[in-house]
Write a protein that binds this ligand. Structure first.
Ligand code: DI6
Ligand code: FE
Length: 401
C-alpha cells in the first residue's frame, strides 16, 4: 500500500472551485504515494484518515506547487554586455540586427558541452525550486543546428534526473535565423528546423513545438510549415506571438489549436477572441516587458472578458528576461498589467498546467499529483504583493517533503 501523509491546520488555496483562490480555512490534506487523496476542511476529514500521525502546519498557507510554463533556462553564456549596450541607447532589435541578441547566445551555446549547459541550467532551476516550483518548461532554440538543438534538449531532460522537478521540453528550432543562413530563413526551416524536429522527436526529446513569429525571426507562413510538421508528428504547438509587433501569430496559434500563445504585448481583441475559441492559453511574460522597457501592455482586459485563461511565467533567458523568480513575475503581472493576485496565482498553477497540456497538476484536488508549496504567510495575495521576498517554508514534490 502507498505511504500516506496527513497535513493538518493549514489554510488551503486549492485554486479549484468557484470561490476566490478556492480558499479553505482550517484545512487538511491527505497524500497517498505521489497523489492527493483528500483535501478539505479538517472537520470533514474522513475517519479512516484521522488515525494518521499528522504534520501540523500551524496555520501556514498551502498552494499547488508553482509551474513555470515558459523558460529558456538551458543556454550558454550571458548577455550582460548587451545589457550595457541597451543602457547606452541601443534597442533590442538593433542589438539583434548587429549580430548580438539571440545569435550571440547561440555561439555561446554551441561551444558549451552538454554537461556545461546542464550545470548552468541547474543554478537557475535551483532558484526556482527554492520558490516552490515543481514543474518547469524548458525550450531549445539557441543551438539552431540539429546537433546543438538536440544537445540543449538532452540537457533539459537531464535537469529532471538531477533535481526533484518535472521538466516539459519545447523544440524551438524556429527561434532565430543562425548566421550561416542569414537572409535564407526559408532554407533554414527546410534544411535544419524541420529535420531537427524529426530527429529530436525520434529521440523522445520533444513535448511541444514552439516558434518565434516576429520581424526579427520568422513569418506566420514559415511558422505554419513547422506547425504542419508538428501536427503530422502528433506534437502540440505553442508560439511566441505579438511580442514586438502584431504579425498574426496569435491567430495562427489559435488556428492550430495551440496550447498557448506567449508574450502578446501587441495582441488585440480579435486575437483574444480567436484564442478563447481555440482554448489557447495566454502566457503573460512581464519580465521581458520590464527588461525591454516595452510600453505596450498585453490586452489583459480582452483576455479576461473573452474568458482566455492567463498563465504567468519567467521567460528566464539571457537576453530579454534574465529573471529566475516566478514570485517576482507574479508581482510584475499585477503591478505592470493590473492582473489580480488571484489571477497571478492561477497563472503559475492551474493555468500554467493547462499551458503545458498537464491535467494532473496545478490544483489541490484528489487524484492530482501531490506537488505542493507551503508558505509562511496567511493569505495568498501576499505571494504577489511582496517584492524580492521568498516566504516558502517547504515544498512537497510527488508526495515527498
Ligand atoms: N522572445 C523572448 O523574449 C526570448 N525569445 C523570444 O523569442 C528572448 C530570447 C533572447 O533574447 O535570447
Ligand atoms: Fe521566450
Amino acid at each position: 500500500m502507498a505511504k500516506k501523509m496527513l497535513l493538518i491546520n493549514a489554510t488551503l488555496a486549492t485554486m479549484d472551485g468557484p470561490s476566490a483562490y478556492g480558499l479553505v480555512r482550517h484545512g487538511a490534506i491527505v497524500m497517498e504515494g505521489n497523489q492527493i487523496a483528500w483535501a478539505g476542511p479538517s472537520s470533514d476529514l474522513p475517519a479512516d484518515f484521522r488515525t494518521q500521525e499528522p504534520v501540523d502546519l500551524e496555520g501556514r498557507l498551502v498552494t499547488p506547487a508553482l509551474i513555470d510554463c515558459h523558460t529558456h533556462v538551458v543556454h550558454g553564456g550571458n548577455r550582460a554586455k548587451e545589457f550595457e549596450m541597451r543602457l547606452e541607447g541601443a534597442s533590442y532589435e538593433e542589438v539583434a540586427r548587429a549580430g548580438g541578441g539571440i545569435v550571440s547566445t547561440v555561439s555561446a551555446t554551441r561551444t558549451a558541452s552538454e554537461a556545461n549547459l546542464l550545470a548552468g541550467a541547474l543554478n537557475r532551476v535551483d532558484a526556482m525550486i527554492a520558490e516552490g516550483v515543481s514543474t518547469i518548461e524548458i525550450k531549445s532554440g539557441y543551438g539552431l543546428d540539429i546537433e546543438n538543438e538536440l544537445k540543449m534538449l538532452r540537457a533539459a531532460r537531464a535537469v529532471a534526473t538531477k533535481r526533484p522537478v518535472r521538466v516539459k521540453t519545447s523544440y524551438l528550432g524556429a527561434h532565430a535565423v543562425p548566421p550561416e543562413y542569414k537572409g535564407r530563413a526559408d532554407a533554414y526551416i527546410d534544411d535544419v528546423c524541420i529535420p531537427g524536429l524529426v530527429a529530436a522527436h525520434a529521440e523522445g526529446l520533444v513535448d511541444a513545438v514552439d516558434g518565434f513569429c516576429e520581424g526579427i525571426a520568422f513569418s506566420p507562413e514559415q511558422i505554419a510549415r513547422v506547425f504542419d510538421k508538428a501536427k503530422a508528428l502528433g506534437i502540440p504547438v505553442k508560439l511566441h506571438a505579438e511580442q514586438l509587433s502584431n504579425l498574426g501569430g496569435a491567430k495562427l496559434a489559435a488556428d492550430y489549436g495551440a496550447l498557448s500563445a506567449d508574450h502578446l504585448e501587441y495582441a488585440n481583441e480579435q486575437d483574444a477572441q480567436a484564442m478563447a475559441e481555440a482554448g489557447t492559453v495566454a502566457v503573460i511574460l512581464p519580465g521581458a516587458f520590464y527588461t525591454l522597457r516595452e510600453t505596450a501592455a498585453p490586452p489583459i482586459d480582452a483576455f479576461r472578458e473573452n474568458g482566455v485563461a492567463m498563465a504567468v511565467a519567467t521567460d528566464c533567458n539571457p537576453g530579454s528576461s534574465p529573471m529566475s523568480s516566478l514570485l517576482l513575475a507574479m508581482n510584475m503581472a499585477c503591478t505592470l498589467f493590473r492582473m489580480t493576485p488571484e489571477e497571478a496565482l492561477a497563472g503559475v498553477t492551474r493555468n500554467a498546467a493547462r499551458a503545458l497540456g498537464l491535467n494532473d497538476a496545478g490544483m489541490i484536488k484528489p487524484g492530482l499529483r501531490a506537488d505542493l508549496a507551503i508558505w509562511d504567510i496567511e493569505h495568498p495575495a501576499e505571494l504577489a504583493y511582496r517584492i524580492g521576498f521568498n516566504p516558502l517554508w517547504k515544498r512537497i514534490f510527488g508526495g515527498k517533503l
